[in-house]
Design a protein around this ligand. Structure first.
Ligand code: MG
Length: 302
């Protein structure tokens, strides 16, 4: 019998999973799996459990927010076998699940894991040590706006929402950063910077310029310069509205598989939305098609 390991964070997303746990396990069981269930007790508990017990399984499923998925992918990357990962999102924004086309309904997501196909996805690596699935970012904006976007969007409408979001960048303290890559070298005062492989961040699609391919071996680098006057702000709003980042000096955006950030001061990074350390120098690399996520679609016959 095929073996499925189901690791979940019981405290994620207002504990919605509790009501659906039985149904989800049943879907796995009816899908022909022998199911092992492991509720995590603390941060890194899921990571350690998978490192120790993951190998003997055919599928590793996790449920929780960004942090849980980050731990799961980080652990699976360390296993000697390439084991497909299923994800049942239970966080609030779920940018990455949406980018992968994984349903936000937990029951539907469980069905995808049983019936779906594998998708070879690029994964980001920080300083050759820590992985991130879809976004590494600096700038306090990460905390401020990630929490409220949908509500704000509903109240204000798209254009007003973008203006509101752009204004938030004004409140941030700029950091002097030198950014080096094969594609582009830039330096200056930036209020926000991110290395991402997702269609949205914090529910904000406008923050990622152009098209995104999750398996092209490239991540998008997006940098927002210090906003010094109303004209700068206007330019930033226009760039977000039109998505033409190359027509403004306020946003610097490019795709690369390797980028280095250096600053005279420590920069606080978030990785997949969680604190990732304060560093003066950080190196990001893309690991092309490093993991297999189970996504919607027909299984290939093997
Ligand atoms: Mg990409």
């Amino acid at each position: 019998m095929k073996k499925l390991l189901f690791v979940f964070n019981p405290n994620s997303g207002k504990a919605q999973l509790k009501n659906k746990l039985m149904q989800i396990v049943q879907i796995f069981s009816e899908g022909g799996y022998d199911v092992t269930v492991y509720p995590t007790k603390a941060a890194m508990d899921g990571y350690n459990y998978i490192i120790e017990n993951g190998l003997s399984h055919d599928v590793i499923v996790c449920s929780g927010g960004d942090g849980t998925l980050n731990e799961t992918v980080g652990a699976v990357l360390h296993l000697d076998e390439r084991i497909p990962i299923g994800y049942i999102p239970s966080g609030t924004t779920n940018d990455f699940a949406r980018s992968l086309g994984i349903p936000k309904d937990m029951i539907e997501a469980a069905k995808v894991i049983v019936k779906g196909r594998t998708f070879n996805c690029d994964i980001g690596m920080v300083d050759g040590q820590r992985s991130f699935n879809y976004v590494a970012a600096f700038g306090a904006f990460t905390e401020v706006s990630y929490n409220t976007p949908q509500q704000l969007k509903n109240v204000l409408g798209h254009q007003a929402y973008i203006i509101e979001a752009a204004k938030q960048f004004m409140t941030l303290k700029p950091c002097y950063v030198r950014v080096k890559s094969d594609i582009k070298n830039v330096e200056g005062n930036f209020v926000y910077g991110m290395v991402s492989n997702t269609k949205s961040v914090g529910g904000m699609k406008f923050l990622v310029g152009g098209s995104t391919d999750l398996q092209d071996g490239l991540f998008e680098v997006t940098l927002i310069r210090e906003i010094k006057n109303p004209m700068d702000l206007q330019q930033l709003v226009n760039a977000f509205m039109t998505q033409k980042f190359d027509e403004t000096d306020m946003v610097c955006s490019f795709k690369t598989n390797h980028v280095e950030f250096e600053s005279p001061n420590e920069i606080a990074w978030t990785l997949d939305g969680e604190f990732g350390g304060s560093l003066k120098k950080t190196v990001f690399d893309v690991m092309p098609k490093a993991v297999d996520f189970i996504v919607r679609g027909k299984k290939k016959k093997s």
